[in-house]
Design a protein around this ligand. Sequence first.
Ligand SMILES: [Ca+2]
Ligand SMILES: [Ca+2]
Ligand SMILES: [Ca+2]
Ligand SMILES: [Ca+2]
Length: 491
Amino acid sequence: MSLATTYISSLSTVLLAAANVYAGIPTDPIVPGQVIVRANTPKLLARAMGALSTQFADVAVMDQIEGRPIYLLSYGLTPTQTPTDVDGVITELITAGTIPWGELNYAGQTGEGKTDSLWLSGVAIGSNAFESQYAIPLLGVPLAHERSRGAGVVIAVIDTGIDASHPALGGSVSTQGVSFVDGTSNTNDDGDGADTDGDGLVDEQVGHGTFVAGIIHLVAPDAMLVPVRVLDSEGIAGNFQIARALAWSIDRGVHIANMSLGEDYRSQALEDIVAEADAKGVAVFGAAGNANTDDPREFPACDGSAVGVAALDWDDVKAPFSNFGKRIGLSAPGHTLILEGIPDLSKSIIGPVPGGRFAVWSGTSFSTAFASASAALVRAQHPEWPTQRVGAGRIRLTLQTILGDTGAPLTASNPSYGGLLGRARVSAANAVAIGPIAPARGDINADGTVDAADLSFMLEVWGPTPGGSRADLDASGDVGASDLSLLLYGW
Ligand SMILES: [Ca+2]
Ligand SMILES: [Ca+2]
Ligand SMILES: [Ca+2]
Ligand SMILES: [Ca+2]
């Protein structure tokens, strides 16, 4: 399915039940002619479509979030109708109890795409600069690696795709990702040569997912990354597809979902799936946004079931662009110093971009990657989760609490933002200092050695494991020969 290529702005009222009071006015564009509804039975869906058909032409089901009764409906508009005319019908359907909610399909996007922030590459920016960027010693990553490298943790990178061939990603990208962009299975971080959002920039967010993945891999080198391509080459997707991408990640058995994107419309579709993720032990990390504001809020960052991440500079001072607010969970580095067009590489966020290159960039997308990867290091220390004490529904909160309690305090460096940048700036070293040493890759039963017991566990679950398994060492969705060779490598 291709996304609508034209967008219109609207200050429409939100189409939620009255209990959901929104804190600001959404500025993200509506995808016209599309409405999302939850209809819990086929009969109720038919009733909702019937009601829509009394006022709109060609009402049809375009798509469904797999396994959930959440539908994307299309409808035709006459020249005198506007997309928000659907509002009245939705309100009636909610009042009648036919559907619990319905909403227009707004677009979400990368914070960087929203502010036309582009990555900057150059010959001087190489792998050495990448590996030694300021955030690495600041977070104590080398020390953290003595206790955890993220083995056994699977992270969904819900983004523009990943260039898995980039040397900086070193075999960490699963071959079995998914694309919701163009109906293909292509998860590469590719452009299409077209300026589909009409902002004058062609493919301005190509490289975003690769850059984010590179940061995650640098911090959590033994974690496996699953490319979940949902943002187009402009960095945009409708919130139906964003929610669907997270639902797919849950079903795929990931532990962490990195969502370096946001929408300032509070989508109930996304909120439902974020709540499901949290209940099932999938920790969602969302970018705070790059508009230096707390209103309107960005979602999923400000969803109470997700971890919102703001961006700081090299001195733990809030990045000028970073959003803030009481709903933000954590902060992490995300600011690059550029003077007269030249980046100061000692004060830069550096990541891989397609074509084997490296670039500098600024944004809360990247602070989100540092935070989610630090969480992956902690998650790897606890292969026993969920347990009775840390049930699935407490995993996200436990990770957030550990990172918040062990991080660097921010009030002294940010006196004007007390309590508005999350609990702390993440410290990977401090976060893993309090838990056990994480098992190595291949130590499936987490007893400290890779041996016959792990092999026998692997052989027991040999074959497809679509919902995830600790024996699926390369996060390919099945346990097979490549997992066996990784296990033997660590023997
Ligand atoms: Ca564009
Ligand atoms: Ca494009
Ligand atoms: Ca073992
Ligand atoms: Ca496998």
